[in-house]
Design a protein around this ligand. Sequence first.
Ligand code: XIL
Length: 345
Amino acid sequence: MAKYYLVIFLIGATLCASDALKDAYEKYFKIGTCIGSGETTEGAEYIKKHYNSITPCNELKPDAILNQGGSQNSGSNDTPVVAFGSGTKAILKFCEDNNIALRGHTFVWHGQTPEWFFKEGFNSNGNWVSKDTMNKRLENFIKATYELFAKDYPNLNLYSYDVCNEVFQDNGQFRNAQQSKWWQVYGDESYIINAFTYAKKYAPSGCELYINDYNEYIDTKTNGIYNVAVKMKDLGIIDGIGMQSHLSTDFPSVGQYEKALQKFISSGLHVIVTELDIGGNNEDTQAKYYKDLFTVLVKNAEHIPGVTVWGSSDEHSWRGKDHPLLFSNHQPKKTYYAVMEVVGS
Ligand code: XIL
């Protein structure tokens, strides 16, 4: 009789093996997605099931949390006011309540950052501030953000932050004054090291600090990112390199991507995949690419704390027409099954 119970138990256990991404990858790295605040209600069960890391797609960007009126009323030209709006709050609360780790994205970026942040009196038509004033603003911005996290979300697992995003051109040079207000004000790249210095000073323990970029697999850019990251590693102010990984089935090859990954790993820093999506017209080709890529990632898992896809389901993707994700209308696609196959699920 006991024998039959054992057989029934084994069949049951096999059938119940989790089909959740985060469980299948538990031994290797966190599986994340970016979400908008609406997804904390619509689709919440599905997010909780598959992902153990969340990045707000837009809700922690400078334009979402820097408050112009408050900054102007602060009485100080050096102290921008940081405030979390309802969308940001909804996501942070969702993560805290459901014990889902959070990646912060991002402090220093040329995009989605209001021009008034760089202007005298926090006034859109003021003059550019001096480098010295901007340094103070940068420090106060980072300090105030981390203070808000600590005050309002004491139990949130804030494990990772993109301190700087997209500060390079594809040729490995820094973005210039036409391409970034940061360069416009500083006239050099010192804002990058300063941002990391301040983040290191104010980030809670356990919050790893990353430099994040796209086209990171183009040799010249790989080298540019690597060189700066190594310099900051020597200063003890950075934990890792973020590979955005907005890919397509026809470029780059998985081999080329792996070459950049290996170079970044050779720095001795962590490498985190921050915004993965893979465009392509053919779902079989996409599935094969996902499988080959995750095989490479699993092989290097000891250096990789997490892999985040940039969207929970195709209809939420910023590259919607490329159908680049693992689910469509929250239904698993071939790409999902390919990723599960890599770890035998
Ligand atoms: C994208 C968001 O997904 C969109 O909703 C928004 O309209 C534009 O920004 N690199 C980044 C991300 O670092 O912040 C971008 O996110 C995608 C490219």
